[in-house]
Design a protein around this ligand. Sequence first.
Ligand SMILES: Nc1ncnc2c1ncn2[C@@H]1O[C@H](COP(=O)(O)OP(=O)(O)OP(=O)(O)O)[C@@H](O)[C@H]1O
Ligand SMILES: [Mg+2]
Length: 112
Amino acid sequence: MKLVVAIIKPFKLDDVREALAEVGVQGITVTEVKGFGRQKGHTELYRGAEYVVDFLPKIKLEVAVADDQLDRVLEAISQSARTGKIGDGKIFVSALDQVIRIRTGELDGDAL
Ligand SMILES: Nc1ncnc2c1ncn2[C@@H]1O[C@H](COP(=O)(O)OP(=O)(O)OP(=O)(O)O)[C@@H](O)[C@H]1O
Ligand SMILES: [Mg+2]
């Protein structure tokens, strides 16, 4: 299993949620976060050595997926979150060791 963490533009959340539902994702965790990438939150690339960092509001999306779902999920997020402009965000993928559905005690694939 994999844990997919995506940082996206807030106004793209609905599109991404729909795209994930279409590829069979059953659950998503969403958090309002702030961050910056390589433009340091500025809308244009600054070349000076000294400038302040602006944290911009972003949405962090967490989705636990089966290995055989991963490619479809990454494609769904990439396509639905993309505007083509800076700040579209990033997707981080990590190994996920264990999942437990608390109500039933089901594990891993059965618990996703
Ligand atoms: N290396 C990183 N580690 C953790 N979070 C990051 C990293 N890079 C970007 N982020 C998060 O993703 C958000 C969006 O990043 P962003 O899309 O601006 O990345 P970028 O590398 O600057 O790419 P682009 O040039 O397309 O803007 C940031 O506000 C931050 O929350
Ligand atoms: Mg950026």
